[in-house]
Design a protein around this ligand. Structure first.
Ligand code: SAM
Length: 191
């Protein structure tokens, strides 16, 4: 674990617990599982990460995107965390913005190239209208077959509780080596 990033993260959690939603960054095991769930990628594809924080999951997505000639977008609401991401991942497009603006951030002309949205957002603790707007915007930018990947610490949560209208649940996997243990749910946009 990167100690300065972990301390920065903890400070943000102390100030905004509901918005940060975790006391420390994701482990590399959880980050890897999120990246594995992205599936096949080809040149020109787009991955969008929502709630990238200090870059714990980004550190797995970044080399994956680079290896396949794909483009990585990172959306992060906290300005100081977005600044860390810009410094760590120079080839990624970092948007210091809120996730419900994902359509505007990507640009409509790019929607057909989005292969996956990787969400690290604390959907359980964010306001319900904001969550609904984020999920709606995500469904709008994903073409048929593209994925939405979400982790949560609520191991018993049913994937249906997210409230998607156009996504099918592909599967779940559990990551014990994380504080706290997490589940990763993968969805695909219906044709
Ligand atoms: C649980 S942390 C995950 C951080 C990092 N991806 C990780 O896995 O360690 C959630 C992150 O989502 C960000 N966030 C919360 N609400 C957001 C929103 N509406 N738009 C974009 N980012 C948001 C927080 O600032 C925080 O960095």
């Amino acid at each position: 674990m990167n100690i300065p990033h972990a301390l920065k993260f903890l400070g943000k959690y102390a100030a905004h617990p509901m918005r940060i939603g975790a006391v420390c960054p994701s482990s590399r095991f959880l980050a890897r599982r999120m990246a594995e769930a992205v599936g096949d990628l080809k040149e020109g594809d787009i991955i969008a990460e929502l709630g990238a924080g200090t870059g714990a999951v980004t550190s797995e997505l970044y080399p994956l995107a680079a290896a396949r000639g794909a483009k990585l977008y990172c959306v992060e609401f906290e300005p100081s965390l977005a600044k860390i991401l810009t410094g760590r991942f120079p080839d990624a497009i970092v948007a210091n913005d809120s996730a419900e603006n994902i359509g505007k951030i990507l640009g409509e002309e790019n929607f057909g190239r989005v292969r996956a949205i990787v969400s690290c957002l604390p959907l359980v603790s964010l306001p319900k209208p904001l969550v609904a707007a984020i999920l709606d915007a995500s469904e709008s930018v994903l073409p048929a077959g593209a994925r939405f990947i979400q982790f949560t610490y609520n191991l018993a949560r049913s994937p249906e509780s997210l409230g998607f209208k156009k996504m099918a649940h592909l599967g779940v996997s559990f990551v014990a080596l994380n504080i706290p243990p997490a589940r990763v749910d993968t969805f695909a946009k219906r044709a």
